[in-house]
Design a protein around this ligand. Sequence first.
Ligand SMILES: [Zn+2]
Ligand SMILES: [Zn+2]
Ligand SMILES: [Zn+2]
Ligand SMILES: [Zn+2]
Ligand SMILES: [Zn+2]
Ligand SMILES: [Zn+2]
Ligand SMILES: [Zn+2]
Length: 1775
Amino acid sequence: MNFRAPTDTIARLRFVLENIPSPQRYQWSTAKRTEVLKELYASFWGTHQETFMVRTPLPPGVLLSQIQQESPTFSDPVESLGQPCGHIFKKGENCYRCRDCGLDDSCVLCSQCFHSSDHTDHNVTFYLTQQPGGCCDCGDPEAWKTPITCQYHRSPERSLAPSWRPQPVRSAIPQDLRDSMSRTIAYALDFVLDTLDFSPEEMTHPTTEPELKSQVTACPTPTDSYAVVLWNDEKHSFDDVIHHVQDATGCSPQAASDVADRVDAEGRDIVEISLSIPRLLHIAQTIAQIDLGVTVRRVFDTCREEISATIIEWLLDLSSCRIGSDAVTIREIIAAELYTSRKKDSSSLTSNPDAGKVYGEIEKPARLHWMFLYHTRLWKRPRLNLKQLYVALLSISRDHKLAIATHFATVYHRIIDAYLLVDREIETSIKYFAVQLFTVPSVAAHLVRNNDIITRLHSIITAFFTNQVTDKRLTLPPNRVAEIDVDSAPFRSKRFMPVFSDLRYICTNSTVQELISSNPLYIMQFCKVCQLFMGVNPNKRAAATHVEYETDSWINVFNVTLSLSRVVKVYGEAFVKGTTQQLVYVIAHVIGFILSVCTLSERQLDRMKYFPIAFHDVEFNGALYNIVDFDVLTGWVSFHHSLHWLLAELFKHVDLLRDEALSEIGYRNLSDVITRNIRDQAFLIVLDFPLRVLAMTAQIRNGLWVRNGFAIRGQLLHYRDFMLRELCYDQDVYILQCCFVILDPSIVIVSVLDRFQLLDWFSGGTEHPVYEGPQLSGMVEEFLYLLITCLSETGSATNLQMHDIVKREIVHGLALGPCTHTDLTKRVAERIAEEASFDRALKEVSNFKAPDGISDSGIYELKDEMYDEVNPFFFHYTRNRREEVEGILKARQQKKTGETTPVLVPKPLGITSGPFSILSLVFHSDVLLQVIFFLLHNVVSYTNSADVASPSVDALVDQGLHLVMLALVEQPEPFSQLAARKSFKEGRTLIHELSDMELNDKFRSSKPKVEWCLTKMAGYVPSQVGLLRRKPEASEDRTSKEDAKKRAAKARQEAIMKQFAAAQKTFFDNFDEDDMDDEGDETLDAEPAESLGVCIMCQEDVDRSRPFGALGLIQPSKTLRWFPEGDSFIETLAETISGPSTWDRPLATSQHAPTAAEKGKQKRQARPVSKFGFTGFPPKYFRFGLHNSFCGHFMHMDCFAAYNHSIGQRHQQQPQRNHPENIERREFVCPLCKSLGNVILPIPEHPPLIKPSLTAEKSVMADWMRAVGIEALKAPLDRKLAALQYPNGTGEFVFWSAEDSDYPRPRDDLGWDDGYKMLTTLRTAAQNVSSQSAHLRDRRDPPSGERGAGMYLPEDLCAYTISSIEVAQRGIGNAGSSIAHNMNDTTIRLIRSTLACLSGLAALQFRDRPDGGRTAIRLALLKRVLPEWVREFKQPLLLRDPFAVLVESAAVASDMLQPMTVLLYYASLARTTIGLLMQFHQAKVPSMLPPADKQYSHIFGDVGIFVRSVARHAPQLDQVVEYILSALTEARFERLLYAHSLPFLRRAAILKRAITTTTLPTPSPTNEPDEYVRLLDLLEIPPLRDLAQHESILNALGGWSAHFGHAYSPAQATIKLEYTGSYNLTQLPYALDSLIDEGTALVCKRCNTAPTDAAICMLCGAICCFQLHCCVDPDNQAQGECNMHTRECGGIIGLYFLVKRCAMLYLSAENGTFGPSPYLDIHGEVDMAMRRGHWQYIHPQRMEELRKTWLNHGIPTYIARKLEPIADTGGWDTV
Ligand SMILES: [Zn+2]
Ligand SMILES: [Zn+2]
Ligand SMILES: [Zn+2]
Ligand SMILES: [Zn+2]
Ligand SMILES: [Zn+2]
Ligand SMILES: [Zn+2]
Ligand SMILES: [Zn+2]
């Protein structure tokens, strides 16, 4: 072999491609891909590289389009006006469908086009594309009913842009470049085809060595090197594949997992290459065990296939490349080469066994034919690439569309072969390309005319279902006499459905409709197809014994029927384009087809089950009728009569069948058409088959077929259910209705009676040999239902138009009561709900009530006037619904007119033209009169003989009277006369019966109707009525009195029920309410003798006689936020300066305020997405701590122990279940409210007392400080206490640390005292968190061996909890109260209890002192704040959190809370000042800040003086203070000081409220707008402005500042400030679709891709991959990215919005749950997973609810409550 490459580029390309799979270089690799691409490009552009905007050699492996898009000369293709959009969808993109504009459901728009065209008030849905390869139809005139006026693709004339000028679409291209491009593409295509010639179609593997070696190969010198390739399919999971690959090859789990990933992404992967044939065969065998697709083929061929895939990738890329501004020419060249034949010089064609066949079938096959045929031989990635390439070519022009469609159609049947019989991976089959072609009207018409596609589809269906298959190919044309077998493979396959759809797509085109109606050939062919399925799968009633073996082949048959009946409808509808002549011709022939099947002259019907038609004579109404003889109880009856359905559809063209139209072609009327074309009674045969089904369904519904088991009920449900109802059942009924105007109505009624076996009953007999009791009356009811429908349903008879049909259905759906959109779509037929005009019709007839709460949905209510349109006997109502609606209508009428007994009079039919204008003549029939007579007669005599009226009797009477009323509305005179004249039994007439009923008490409820009928008849036959109708006696009076009594009783009962319902609602509302949002209306008076309620276990009162505690949850939290630095610093600073100054009132602006304009126009709001993700809060600044909460319920300690024991038992009994609580963490779920808990804490007997306050008078404060100063001086040194303080001089106490090593163990002296036990639950919970979270704390632990390790509870638990409560209250409250007033009982108890635990922990250290060490700690705290003692401590006070010190004093010395509050407030003020100075010292003062005016002088006085005095002692701060004050301005500094010190006041107020026993005063002055002032007043703190008068405080302040100044060095301590704003979740965009449009902007930072399933962290805005293989924890393969991110972000809790699923994900520890999304659709409903595809918008109330749940630390409990009632299996750590 010559390894010197030739110099001619194409020859060189050939040389390289042919030699890549050389024996030395078998392995496929990215290097080879690069090499192939390099040669392809070199050959492609020859010497014209620069023409393609490529200046330098392409980087390895990079494709041209990428380089072009990065090129500066590549401008946006805005000049494409007049060109279609053709945007090709990637997987997971938004796809918009407008049912008003689109020609059919396949017409879609891309996001850009949709948003720049106007669809106001249109029925629009959107969905996410599941597969790449569809294309935007914008600009394609054939896709839209009205032209889409997208601003980018509107036709040039319509362009409004003045700057637009037509541009030459094509560039001038040198001939040599054109040549090299063509030749390269041609060669590349041939290479692909030559390779695929040898590829197998089915992915099966050889089992023996000879078999292996005998495989065809393209290799000229075959060697024994083989490759095992694993192929993707649609049924195996990742785990299956990984397991078997590992098993077979012995590779590592990682390697196997990589194989699985590649197989999933690419469609196949080489598992192993080897020379060892036995090993390879073994591997193949092992993997194939579970029916995975495996091949073992020569490496040479496998490698060539990989090259082919690269070529396809390259071609697809070329299709989006340009030459200069010319984006068309390259595509045209590719297309031209595809339309050309292969170059014959390749020798390989003959070695492919299929090639010959194809040559036989297609004259001069083009490359494109081959590509279509070989599609199955490729795998997922190249298949999808090819499909996208074809779509790109389609969009060049209409001619190309036609050309590609023609090629496709030529081999369509072979494509179907592969699709139906061979392909493992049909998802990517080229078959689905048909949708894109067959729905284009011009293409469809062309294919029908020139490619005979309809005939071929008929043949395919016939061959497939008659199982005419040889060598996995359908035999075409099929043998016409073959029969079908419903148990054979074709019926079990679901793949045929899309084939029917293809036929439907084609026939729906209006151009094809014209062809069908003008050329009867098509419908005749189709009738042949329908014949096949006539009467399949018949049933025979099992009379004596149960059917032993129930097959479910009926399901398959119904699946076929579903597909077929839809096509039937389309064929029938095609005649909307036809003439009367054409229609009549076809009707006659369809009847002919039906007769030839039904009379057994064709072979379709099974002769073992169907017998020749027989007639018999029956006598009724004194006449003989010769009708069909059939017994449904003993004969075989099928549900499937497709030809009848076709006939019914044809009969619906009533406009063409008008008498005038018919007379033009020589017929009198429709009846004449039928009777002249067939024998007299033949039409009775046609009628009989639907009639048998109707009779059978009636019998099934009445329990006469119970022994046939579930199969028969299943069939009934399908036949009559919403999906098939209008395609099958309604069609059968319509055939019957037609008979009433085609045949003599009497013979029709007699036929129906005969089939229902009710002739006897309606002649006066009351027995039936088979029907028993209720079955008999049930059959009568069914019969009447049918009769009423035929005589009153006018939809098809008047050719009601779609919009009116939809309206009518909606009106009748809503008449049952207001409901949601979803419920409404379930009340109407599926097809109705999918109609374009559905939403518009809904708007016309109903009013919408938007949801306002968090758990309700939007509701539609029928407009008042629309009730007039409601017909209770509407044929889509069941009996129950009919009665329900009748009740509703009567009640309305009563209310409106005041009538006590309203009568609902039926509306006249109003049919004025067409065959049904004679329908009402049926009321002249004696036979009908007899039916009505005996109905009433039998019922009356039955009721008279029975004691109680049965409900079915009422229904029968109702139906009978309705018939009478119908007759009296339509034909009052003839019917009245007939009724008066004609007597039946014992000389009685209908008037006799009615008159008797009028006075019969048992029919009281029907009396108004009877009266109405008699009165009406009296107008025509007064004497007869007058004679028979007796005046009712006084009974009238009595009944009305009774009625009145009853009504009163009923009203009373209703009132009671209403009260009850209201009470229940209040109860649930309260139950739902979160603890935190109780309004502060409860009394703050001195607490009465505590009445806490009951123990929720034993239900006994909790009091001091038995130890008890409150259930609570201590959880780690990262909710509080520090003031951010870095990127977000300036932004947050600006927000603080312009933020609200008062938090105890509702905030003015709501986050999402939807405007009408937004809703109407679907305008997208400013995009919140930056390249960093969504605007959330950076997790770096989340503050870690412990949060404590109470659910509000109590338990005795012994009950608590018992309860915990029972939890343990449950865990043991249900080991598989994922329980709501974790017992290792000592968790439990409150038995009453299901809150999660892990502690039970004491409720202090007496709340810690706070003495009447000191008041802020200066002398008092000074006196106190002097007094406590002396107290401190006098006290002796307390060595024990000193040892319990940290040696580092912070003044903190070691026993308050969470992991203190000297926490006493239960020893003799302590015992298992209950107080100690409760304390221990807190200690355990805190210690657990603390020991696992050292990395999250700033606080440094003491050296090991020393006491005091871990979190510091006064600060990290108690202060943290109160701070969280404060934060959650921001923006809540109302005038006249303060944040302290807003605390509810549970919160107060929670704080008291937590403080009590702190003093309890202290007391454990001072068991020898009666005061539990309080005095000693109190002194230590005083020393901490008194200026004369500051130097006793190494650490300055200002480095500690002043609020934590305040908490300490509240715990042990509540008496001094007030002065301590004053001092610590000033400490906090100084600390804040220093913190701010330090921040600007480091960050400099930003220049772009919002303006601020000085407005707090009344609080702070001259803020500059204060700042300077604080900074004075620290030289480094003193140096910068002037700069900062001038750069920032004092006004802004004042504003910042205000914002940062307000939270201290709010928290101090909560604390004060918690330990005060007396009522808090109402804050004054009441009209003070600033919360700050109100709180200073409440806390009795003198404002800074007045500080000059408080020397004692000034002294303290000076002491602390000096202490700090001496100790301060910038490198050392920093003071962190907290975030002062409103705590919000990540802001999601208002409209959901704009979020998905961001698709590519939603990039996961970990894997740097846009996840196909993205989760947005609601805490920080980060994007995570949801359950995707790309992002899993490297240390723990099972853990998914949401869990990983949670650890970095929210700590133990996570809250995510799952974009594609449209749901929330809640995580907490290893548990989790899903919750509803904050988006609601335009109908006010939640749409999980976007199944319905309506517009969705943020619902502010739900968003707020999410925020509350999070902010109140409610996520763990939310999850526990969701998991508690279900058997969850866990796995939440994998997401
Ligand atoms: Zn588009
Ligand atoms: Zn467009
Ligand atoms: Zn539209
Ligand atoms: Zn108890
Ligand atoms: Zn509870
Ligand atoms: Zn996050
Ligand atoms: Zn990721």
